[in-house]
Design a protein around this ligand. Sequence first.
Ligand code: NAD
Length: 350
Amino acid sequence: MKKVFVNGYGTIGSRIAKFIKDDSDIALVGIGKHSPDEKVLHAINDGFSVYVPGDKIDNFRDYDVSGSIESILDDCDLVIDASPGGKGFLNKKNIYEPKGIKAIFQGGETIFNNNAVADVLFNSRVNYADVFDKKYVMQGSCNVTGMGRILNPLREKYSNKLTRFDVTLIRRWADLEQTDKEIVDTIEMTEQPHHGTDVKAYFGKDAPLFVRAIKVPTRQMHLHIMDIRFSENAPAINEIHELFKDEHGVAVLWTAKGTKDIRDFAESTKFNFKDTNMLHIHANMTTSIGDTIQLMYSDDQTGIVIPENYMLLQAMLFQRDYQDALKQTEKLFNMDEKKKLLEENFSKKD
Ligand code: NAD
């Protein structure tokens, strides 16, 4: 059985740990906590062994921790790093590389410049099999994962009829759990957003993709506004929606008034963490005008990358066939069921 460790137990790490512990092919040997707060107890109560940095172990004497992160990693096959952006690079240099352990990094890192954590950026819908033999891989961020999941089916169907993609990312200010993070009443501009460059890491640096980003005071998901240009008249909107009918992790909704409607539905239906783990095309907003499709979809920022991390783990540890990996992911995340429930609840009313 392969041994996996999750280093960092915040928004992303706690979700990953809770889902992957149910995979009978792996042993989740523990989670890494870096601050001595009540979440240590939550993790222990949830059945996780908690490990802490060796040089901070004294700060955790009030808790029943199992040892140091450095020691547990000696007996591990893969670490999922879920540390704050930029710390993953330091962890790689200080711990993972010296120990020769495989590692997955999150979207707050980079694959460019001197701080690169890997030479490949993962999107299961695009380059699943390319990471089979990799030691270090970066999972794309929530926005980057979302764009790949929309663009890849379009590129497969329309290939050279597509001439240009213009995307405006409307990013959430904070996550639901970040109750101590103040939401500021402003619309913040993001200079030189990394998201387009990250997507081009798997679509090619010359892909005609142009991305702008702003941040708005909400905790309820990101919204992407995308204009898709064709070299001829754009397809009818039904054809675009049909393309995503069987697409894993994309729901087509007609009557959601906003992102909070979707979160509220996820909460009332008892989806774990109030996450849908997917994208939601707001089908009532799609238009086909001349050579352009205007598309809007919301992106569950905290949820979308969790099944992606699990797909990546399966590729790196087991080189599992893509369809088998999807089936295995379905067992843990029930995404098809969630998609069905969402689409029924927000269906077109005649
Ligand atoms: P977070 O702040 O909620 O959690 C990070 C956790 O890591 C904290 O518990 C912190 O104590 C711990 N930590 C501190 N130093 C550490 C170290 N050196 N090594 C390991 N852990 C350490 O952050 P998050 O939102 O979970 O983000 C984690 C990563 O996931 C970032 O790269 C982020 O960009 C990416 N990401 C976040 C979201 C999101 O919606 N929050 C979505 C996609 C990707």
